[in-house]
Design a protein around this ligand. Structure first.
Ligand code: SF4
Length: 290
């Protein structure tokens, strides 16, 4: 039996950077409160919690004072930073630099387009933390669209400027922008701000998945890029299974496979994919040889 871990799977640069910050601060003896899950991966959140990280929610900010609070890679709206400061907290900003840059662009474009009686549109998921942070740059006055049903919120007679949440699929972005372009009667400016750390993995995973009898896609159940990258693998290879930890591996998947591929999302830690590999080696691989 041959088991391989995809070399390109695992944390993207922005997530790795936020986790490194947490680990460094814990090593320095700092008591860290992370605002929201540091990454959409339960196992990694548990690992960091065991090291001493505490996770708080947005609803806790009002009761959090004189603490060290880390803003994760998704970023936050300006109101969050203001509230944290007002309560004398020390804020560690681990917003991914790609997201910070996008927040600034959204803020500047919003000022410009509304000065021109236009609207700023964000293609993304309304409740996704990154979108909440982006919308906050516009005083929550941008128009968030996820599907074509949301297009009714747009005034097609006025100028439109469009941005995207960094983790949305490229095909979805081009489909929705085409529909907006068809209906727009005024100026329209489109910015493709999808992060290639996610979309760049699509063609790679399509090919990776074809090479194995069975593919195990390791990801947290809350990860949106996990769900979409899993679909990419499953479309390439129907014997692809979504798991969140090694104990979810089923014997019936493994016993007929000669070649097993393990891959994951941008929020999947390397150690977790290695744990899955070791679990298969210990429970199936060696038994097959006996
Ligand atoms: S997916 Fe891209 S934008 Fe999002 S955290 Fe990772 S590197 Fe940053």
């Amino acid at each position: 039996m041959q088991i391989e871990i995809d070399k390109k799977s695992g944390f993207c640069f922005g997530v790795q950077r936020a986790i490194d910050k947490v680990e460094n601060l814990i090593q320095q003896g700092e008591k860290i409160n992370c605002l929201g899950d540091i990454v959409h991966n339960h196992e990694e959140v548990n690992r960091l919690s065991e090291l001493g990280m505490h996770t708080i929610q947005t609803s806790d900010i009002g009761n959090t004072s004189n603490q060290t609070v880390l803003v994760r890679s998704h970023g936050e709206p300006p109101s969050t930073f203001e509230k944290l400061k007002a309560n004398n907290n020390k804020t560690i900003d681990a917003t991914c630099p790609v997201v910070s840059k996008l927040q600034n662009r959204v803020k500047n474009s919003y000022a410009e387009i509304t000065g021109n009686n236009g609207q700023l549109v964000i293609y993304g998921k309304k409740k996704h933390p990154e979108v909440i942070g982006l919308n906050g740059q516009t005083g929550n006055r941008s128009i968030v669209v996820t599907t074509s049903d949301d297009l009714e919120k747009i005034d097609f007679d006025s100028p439109i400027e469009i941005y995207s949440q960094t983790t949305m699929p490229l095909e979805g972005f081009s489909a929705i922008t085409e529909q907006i372009k068809e209906r727009a009667k005024n100026q329209i400016i489109v910015h493709d701000t999808i992060c290639r750390q996610v979309s760049g993995r699509v063609p790679h995973l399509k090919e990776f998945a074809k090479n194995y009898d069975v593919v195990l896609f390791v990801s947290g159940k809350k990860s949106s890029n996990g769900k979409s990258l899993y679909e990419v693998c499953r479309n390439s290879n129907p014997n692809t299974y979504f798991i969140s930890s090694a104990d979810e591996v089923k014997a019936e998947w493994i016993k007929v496979a000669e070649k097993i591929g393990i891959c994951g999302a941008t929020s999947t830690p390397q150690w977790l994919m290695e744990e899955v590999k070791t679990h298969i080696e210990n429970n199936y691989h060696n038994k097959k040889k006996e």
